[in-house]
Design a protein around this ligand. Structure first.
Ligand SMILES: Cc1ncc(COP(=O)(O)O)c(C=O)c1O
Length: 430
């Protein structure tokens, strides 16, 4: 790119800022902290969940009226209107929604279901109750989501379904994945446990495949403490999944439903969502888009600065994705390229007042239960390595999201990073 007067001045400004940042001693070495914002106010801005007077009121009101079970159909109706899923069913958590989904698949034992290894245990493990076999798929290190190229390599004649997971609120590349699943005749499933409010090409996550699940567990973008939702494109999947853990549902289905005769028993589980959780869900859903909007705006303001720094990137979005942020703002940092170990960077950021952290997702394929054939109808194949998982686990940090208006705190977090990066040579040799 040609150097214009403006780009020269911007570059000169950045160099001057970096020089200024370098001249200040790191807080780690006794210098002043970059973040002078009140710690109590900063932690209140990042506190999760965001419950308030409205949640307290609905719980009190419900205890007074005693109309607990009315909350369930009311929440299902509102969630369906929000996501535009053809059929939905509330469950007691994401795990029970997943288990019901695998029952609904009704596939012969030994059928393979592709699933990321970088995920929550129940997404893989609940398959074993129905003789299904998880085929572990890697993640793309640029996005931390489903690696379609790895799925293509692992396709076998036994593969019947493919389940993607929208890690940390990042939509998977649903156009390419849907097209491939269609071409190969695979049933597309989505684990949208992290992605409340996220969309791809204007469609909410959980509406691309035949079935999907959400979790409303406490840490999730729409928390009800515990709770889950199943989403279904067809009436038959919906009825089968609902009947698995809802003995009271079959009688509500039309006379020709194959599961109608199982009224009073369902198929042996009781997976009803707690009505108080459904009441919280209805309040949380009303504020979901606004919470996501503020969070996104704050992350973008901060990451616009941080991604200028050496070896720092954020998970790569395409313009047709609207992501949300589950758990925090995950940055992908190539620590080998930076030349400073992650522990040192985190320590230096913490000393500056940025509560940076990291959390490595347990890779499912490495866990004991998958390697013991006795738990499985057909034992899963354990891949030798998953380079995408390993890279993301080793090369990320999380910064807490800021859920309120706080431009000065964002500025101080950015300054802290710039200061630490300006000292990276010194940190590398420490
Ligand atoms: C990706 C993913 N899938 C499914 C679940 C299961 O949800 P729950 O905890 O509500 O059972 C979780 C929970 O953390 C999750 O992270």
């Amino acid at each position: 790119m040609a150097t214009t007067r403006r780009s020269f001045l911007t570059a000169a400004g950045t160099v001057a800022a970096a020089r200024g940042a370098f001249q200040e001693t790191l807080a780690l070495n006794g210098g002043p902290k970059s973040v002078t914002y009140s710690p109590a106010r900063a932690s209140a801005l990042s506190k999760w969940p965001r419950y308030g007077a409205a949640e307290k009121k609905v719980l009190h009101d419900l205890i007074d009226t005693g109309k607990f079970y009315d909350e369930l159909p009311a929440f299902e109706k509102e969630w369906q209107a929000y996501t535009k899923a053809p059929f939905v069913k509330a469950h007691m958590n994401g795990t029970s929604a997943l288990t019901s989904m695998y029952f609904a698949l009704d596939l012969p034992p030994g059928s393979e279901v592709m699933v990321p290894s970088y995920t929550f245990f129940s997404a893989c493990l609940a398959m074993r109750f129905f003789g299904l076999v998880p085929i572990f798929i890697d993640i793309d290190p640029k996005t931390a989501t489903f690696d379609l190229e790895d799925a293509k390599r692992k396709l076998t004649p036994r593969t019947k379904a493919v389940e993607v997971m929208h890690s940390w609120g990042m939509p998977c590349q649903m156009d390419a994945i849907s097209a491939w699943a269609k071409e190969k005749g695979l049933i597309l499933l989505e684990d949208a446990a992290h992605a409340h409010g996220a969309s791809f090409q204007g469609k909410k996550m959980g509406t691309f495949g035949e079935m999907a699940i959400y979790s409303f567990q406490l840490s999730k973008p729409m928390p009800t403490i515990e709770g889950g939702m199943g989403m279904y494109r067809s009436r038959s999947y919906y009825e089968r999944a609902a009947a698995f853990g809802h003995y009271e549902d079959p009688v509500k289905f039309a006379a020709d439903s194959p599961v109608r005769a199982y009224e009073g028993t369902g198929f042996g589980q009781k997976y009803r969502m707690h009505p108080l959780a459904a009441a919280i869900a209805r309040v949380q859903l009303r504020g979901l888009d606004e919470r996501n909007r503020i969070t996104r705006k704050n992350v973008q303001a901060l990451n616009g600065r941080l991604t200028q720094l050496a070896a720092v990137a954020e998970p790569k979005l395409t313009p047709d994705m609207e992501r949300v942020y589950y758990t925090g703002n995950m940055l992908l940092i190539d620590f080998a390229k930076l030349g400073v170990p992650r522990d040192t960077i985190v320590k230096a950021l913490k000393a500056e007042g940025v509560p940076a952290s990291f959390w490595d997702y347990p890779e499912q394929h490495k866990l004991k239960i998958y390697s013991e054939a006795k738990w499985w109808h057909h034992a899963p194949k354990i891949p030798a390595s998953m380079p995408g998982n390993e890279w993301v686990n080793k090369n990320h940090i999380f910064i807490p999201c800021i859920y309120g208006e706080a431009p000065d705190l964002i500025e101080q977090y950015a300054k802290a990073f710039e200061k630490v990066w300006a000292h990276r040579k010194q940190l590398a040799s420490a």
